[in-house]
Design a protein around this ligand. Sequence first.
Ligand SMILES: O=C(O)[C@@H](CO)OP(=O)(O)O
Length: 203
Amino acid sequence: MGHVSRYVYLVRHGEQLDAEHGLPDGPLSGRGQRQARAIAERLSGVPFSRVRTSPLQRAVETAKLMTEYMPSIEPEPSALLMDCIPSGPTPDMPSVFEPFYGGITPEEIAAGEAQMADATAEWLSPSRDDRHELLITHNFVIAWFVREVFGAPAWRWMGINQANCGLTIIRVRSAKPPVLVAHNDLGHLPAELRTGLPVDQPF
Ligand SMILES: O=C(O)[C@@H](CO)OP(=O)(O)O
């Protein structure tokens, strides 16, 4: 059992068209489409047993483009991967994050907390057999998974960012705590396709 590994690959969707206009969802931009093809080429040799995607259009389109390079995958939508607010403000949260919660309701926070509890139970529990799973989802969801790996305080997902089609990999085993194998790896993306980060990462 101790040697059985579950690898969870977390990919943020490709860049959304006109995302800078604050639209809640939409199709991918041309760059977003190229990002999806680049991550698909990178992952084309991985024997994925399951592929799940957020039901939002930008994630579903990313998954669909990836199937062009990965014909054996069959992405299915999962509401657990929907964009959400993973947690609310806590007394130990640095005050710099307080303005973020200005327009967010307690109901949104409660829904996000419940969703993330279910999502980590689903994907960060040990499996019985070796497996590789691909999750195509959103920035905050991936940040929450990374926080969970380290057992960091709830607020610590804030400020952890992933680029569009950046690659994060978590290894889960029964005998040891989970390991962050890679975080926001951008090796497959040329500098002009590195979007969605608060600070450019061209190197
Ligand atoms: O709105 C955002 O900044 C993030 C939050 O998760 O979403 P997305 O990855 O869909 O861009």
